[in-house]
Design a protein around this ligand. Sequence first.
Ligand SMILES: N[C@@H](CCC(=O)N[C@@H](CS)C(=O)NCC(=O)O)C(=O)O
Length: 276
Amino acid sequence: MELISDNRSFGGRQRVYRHASQALSCEMTFGLYLPPQAEAGPVPVLWYLAGLTCTHENGMTKAGLQQHAARHGLALVFPDTSPRGEGVADDEAFDLGQGAGFYLNAAQDPWAPHFRMQDYVLDELPRLLAEEGLPLSGKHGIMGHSMGGHGALTLALKNPEAYASVSALAPIVTPTTSDWGRKQFAAYLGEDEAVWAEHDACQLLESRGWTGDILIDQGTEDQFLELLQPEAMADTLARTRTPGVLRMQEGYDHSYFFVASFAGDHVAWHAERLTR
Ligand SMILES: N[C@@H](CCC(=O)N[C@@H](CS)C(=O)NCC(=O)O)C(=O)O
């Protein structure tokens, strides 16, 4: 791993690393925030997965998570949202290809050789961080925004042993019934919709349940509400009797002004569960 920047932030360090990814067969860049408490020993890790069109940089520079992570003693990891580079397949649309990995492993060409974001976030990046000898404990939580909220919810629901806490901001919760999902799943996974269910948070909650509780915030003025369908998650939470809080936040849109407004609540939620 090559350290490409290192800035002091709220008493800790905001770093950016570059590395060759085996899972994605390309070079990748990610952000890592180490809070001041990491100087004294290992700290829990909160993963932040970003949405469509984002790189590692959007959440790192616009969500304002560092001040809260410093207060609670959590490290933050900001992965990119897809494989990158000239040799990597892409599409003209902003919601397919580079910047739109959907945190799954693609099974179809031209995407299959590089688009393995599930393996990258779940296995490769945690292993690399551990091998680097960074002061990170084995306790991990995961959160995300929009496509990243979908990633956080689906990765946690499929891998409860990997994540002790999960939350999301304006997540895509039922991609199998949304234009933010159907088009991408058809491209990445193929036409068999039975396979898609493994990447749909509402269907996963129905089929597998969740061992803990879930926090979701959603703006009432979000310009993508029809694609995000928070009502499907409200219904699923209630029907599966899953402990959780889904807050409709009046007047907020889909932007990082919304994300930053509730970043503190989400970090506190994770800290309570990761430092128990
Ligand atoms: N307005 C965007 C739609 C995509 C979008 O809003 N992306 C959200 C996540 S779904 C985002 O975080 N954008 C980057 C940013 O606001 O920094 C476009 O058409 O390119």
